[in-house]
Design a protein around this ligand. Structure first.
Ligand SMILES: Cc1cc2nc3c(=O)[nH]c(=O)nc-3n(C[C@H](O)[C@H](O)[C@H](O)COP(=O)(O)O)c2cc1C
Length: 219
């Protein structure tokens, strides 16, 4: 089982990173062939919008890590994306990566609309893990919509599963014990009565990530 994961958090001990780690630790225990990249450390140029990928069926940009990475992505059974939500979307380094996915797709404009056809349709399990400060998942929905679109566009056999971690602002919050969570809530001005349920919610997020990893091995 080849798994390629992308960690978008620019900070140490990120909440999205912790959710990702819960997934990858379990996947490794179960024997996955795993590679994790931090998107902020990738030597990746921005998509320049030349649209040559429509003709070449690969990206025309040279001298960065994309071509090797594209091969690795294509060869993967599972792709995992973990990211903080910044202004209702992903962080810039993750967006830079995702824009390069345009080179996996042929795009044709017709009178009726745009037709997207993958050069080589995927059959992958895709996971999106987000962490964000707001108490509702709404802030993550534009990104979930994008992943839904990519899942559909890149191959009808793809699947997508998401974990959206709400009310997570401070680094390390999702793995905090109850005492630390209580201190964080005082600092953030959040009421203490939320601590008990949010502690359980955070454990649930990490557990769900672990179960997702188990499920990919059980079929
Ligand atoms: C530039 C910036 C923009 C943010 N925008 C949002 C937002 O739109 N909605 C939200 O709920 N949280 C937002 N946050 C809070 C982060 O999503 C939150 O701190 C999250 O836990 C960061 O994830 P990480 O710990 O994995 O780095 C923003 C934080 C920063 C620094």
């Amino acid at each position: 089982m080849k798994i390629t994961a992308f960690d978008g958090s620019p900070r140490k001990n990120g909440n999205s990173t912790a959710i990702l780690r819960s997934f990858t630790d379990r996947a490794e225990e179960l024997g996955a062939d795993l590679t994790v990249y931090r998107t902020s450390e990738l030597d990746l140029k921005e998509c320049r919008g030349c649209l040559m990928c429509n003709v070449l069926k690969k990206c025309a940009i040279r001298n960065d890590c994309w071509n090797g990475l594209a091969d690795e992505i294509s060869a993967s059974d599972v792709l995992v994306f973990a990211t903080p939500i910044y202004f209702h979307h992903t962080v810039s380094s993750m967006k830079r990566l995702l824009d390069r996915f345009r080179s996996f797709i042929n795009v044709r404009i017709t009178e009726e609309g745009i037709i997207h056809t993958p050069h080589n349709p995927w059959n992958k399990k895709i996971f999106l893990f987000t962490a964000h400060g707001s108490s509702s998942v709404e802030d993550a929905l534009p990104l979930v919509d994008l992943f839904d679109f990519m899942k559909e566009t890149l191959g009808e056999k793809n699947s997508l599963k998401c974990i959206n971690g709400t009310r997570l602002a401070i680094a390390g919050q999702v793995t905090s014990d109850k005492t630390r969570l209580s201190e964080i809530y005082t600092k953030l001005g959040l009421p203490q009565h939320l601590v008990e349920d949010d502690y359980k919610k955070n454990i649930g997020l990490l557990k769900t990530a672990e179960e997702f990893a188990e499920n990919i091995f059980s079929g």
